[in-house]
Design a protein around this ligand. Structure first.
Ligand SMILES: NC(=O)CC[C@H](N)C(=O)O
Length: 330
């Protein structure tokens, strides 16, 4: 009775996936099982928390969209405002898990733990990783030290912070890593162990608020490559993008023809942020001509997370100086 109350919000993914055979680990149906089935599969959760479930959506997370993100964020805030709820765990597909985690890290108005969890093997597979991951997520959510650390992903015995974590392997269960900045902690034996946390702004210290938002501004990502040209930049502007994240080569480098397209985008009021297709390191000022063109820098945020931050930034301001400040602080 004295245990914390943890609400599990289910959204689908492989953790709720089913396949025709116990050895099938690809080509299965994601998001098939409901939250009650997932909870019943892990009775040990009751040793750590009073858990209850709620199905938000049943999707494969490659289909995650703004509407669902906003719905989820609003529900998380509603639940955490209730003194009877101590923490929220969200089951989610792994494809866009890091994006939902970072988005919630920016818009959750509570210091109560919010833990995201998924699986790489469907629930029907031998050595399915979902049940243990869910148990560990609930254990972390029930730990007092998890409070105030921002949104986290718990999978495969690791606790990773929403800002720094990324999916690093297409199929391996040990896929969620923070390669540059390291894991925050481990679920190890009978202990939840924390070692570090991000210095970046999040949750109760964040200026972003989705409570009145029904949509987010369009922001497109342009991925750089050999033979790059301006076609994608022009297409983004034509599609009505208010922002563009350029996933540049190296330290956010831009091919000359693409640069012309992006300069024209800036001239039309589109905010352009340089990120990088390189997984590690900060994207910084490299060539002065890019700064002169008005392009901003994403710091260590990967393109998909930079996109979410720019969307939220654009709900508050169009001022490039202010938006760069946000990229420096979040
Ligand atoms: N491991 C997974 O969860 C991937 C399954 C699916 N593509 C999803 O993200 O929902």
């Amino acid at each position: 009775a004295d245990l914390p109350s943890v609400k599990i919000l289910a959204t689908g993914g492989t953790i709720a996936g089913t396949a025709a055979s116990s050895t099938q680990t690809t080509g299965y149906k994601a998001g098939d099982l409901g939250i009650q089935t997932l909870i019943e599969a892990v009775p040990a959760m009751k040793d750590y928390a009073n858990v209850s479930g709620e199905q938000v959506v049943k999707i494969s997370s490659n289909n995650m969209d703004t509407k669902t993100l906003l719905k989820l964020a609003k529900r998380v805030n509603e639940l955490l405002a209730d003194p009877k709820v101590d923490a929220v765990v969200i089951t989610h597909g792994t494809d866009t898990l890091e994006e939902t985690a970072y988005f919630l890290n920016l818009v959750t108005k509570s210091d109560k733990p919010v833990i995201l969890v998924g699986a790489m093997r469907p629930a029907t597979a031998i050595s399915a990783d979902g049940p243990m991951n869910l148990l560990e997520a609930v254990r972390v959510a029930s730990t007092p030290e998890a409070k105030g650390k921002g949104v986290m992903i718990v999978m495969n015995d690791e606790i990773n912070g929403a800002r720094d974590v990324t999916k690093t392997n297409t199929t391996n269960p040990a896929t969620f890593k923070s390669p540059e900045l390291g894991a925050m902690g481990y679920v190890s034996g009978n202990k939840v162990r924390f070692y570090k946390q991000s210095t970046k702004r999040h949750t109760t210290n964040s200026e972003f608020d989705v409570s009145k938002l029904e949509t987010l501004p369009r922001v497109d990502i342009i991925y750089s490559h050999v033979d790059d040209d301006r076609i994608m930049a022009d297409a983004a502007v034509a599609a009505g993008a208010k922002g563009i994240i350029h996933a540049g080569t190296g330290n956010g480098s831009i091919a000359n023809p693409t640069m012309e397209g992006l300069k024209d985008a800036v001239a039309k009021g589109v905010v352009v942020v340089r990120s990088a297709r390189v997984p590690n390191g900060a994207t910084t000022v490299s060539l002065p001509m890019w700064t002169k063109a008005g392009f901003l820098e994403s710091d260590t945020l990967n393109p998909q997370k930079a996109r979410l931050l720019l969307q939220l930034a654009l709900t508050k301001t169009q001022d490039p100086k202010e938006i760069q400040r946000m990229f420096d602080q979040y």
